[in-house]
Design a protein around this ligand. Sequence first.
Ligand code: PEP
Ligand code: MN
Length: 281
Amino acid sequence: MSNEAGLSECDNPTKDNKKTKRDPIRVKVQGVEIGGRDVIVIAGPCAVENMQQLTETAISVRNNNAKILRGGAFKPRSSPYSFQGLGEEGLKMLREISNTTGMPVVTEVMDTRQIEIVCKYADMLQIGSRNMQNFPLLKEVGMTHKPVLLKRGMMATIEEFLLAAEYILSQGNEQVVLCERGIRTFETSTRNTLDLSAVPMLKHLTHLPVIVDPSHGTGLRWMVPSMAKAAIAAGADGLIMEVHYKPGEALCDGQQSLDLIEFRQLMKDLSKIAAAVDRSI
Ligand code: PEP
Ligand code: MN
């Protein structure tokens, strides 16, 4: 690959990536294209909780230019006693609201046994940080025809991240979007350390679109706008952000979720940043 990409060995940390460097591609999620001039914003709650929460949040983010709805039905929680998601009931709600709003939906698949059911309802499959090196899962989603949102493992190097993507690509599914969502460092003031240098590095090393998750990347609602703006300035093709109609009542990640007014204001500000780097939102 080094010859094809024109990269020297030291430029190129991924020695085995046969498929990750070609001309940049666009990943299609129903009618939405990630990787073009438009910066694509994915927004919605951390977890699907009930129809009212999902509907109010989805309609508001759509009216403020979010293009894809997010929401977890299967949640990877640190504690087994925390809310684990609504499962298939949540998937059905996502499908229903997708049909009424016209927004495609992305949701996490945590296990190979969930792939079939998630594919039945979702437009894009999310592989979460904790599963970035779940190789059987990567291979199986690589055999589906759904676009995949692959989040960086919290302890993963860029090389490991790209090799994880390679597992999906090598099975024939080329529709992969990479997501920087923060890594674990010695720093404890933020939930994770959002590695924005990953954005230009990944764009340099691969043909895949790169998006940023400033919600998990910081863990702090008040920091999300700054890092979202910085991500676009750094060249991200999109953002995924947690938004909740009542963050104080969220069953999951309320402290890092924007409310509807904050999201609306942020989207206005982001369109100025996008224009400054020759993109649109
Ligand atoms: C999420 O996006 O809901 C999530 C759990 O993120 P991550 O896998 O990045 O922690
Ligand atoms: Mn979350």
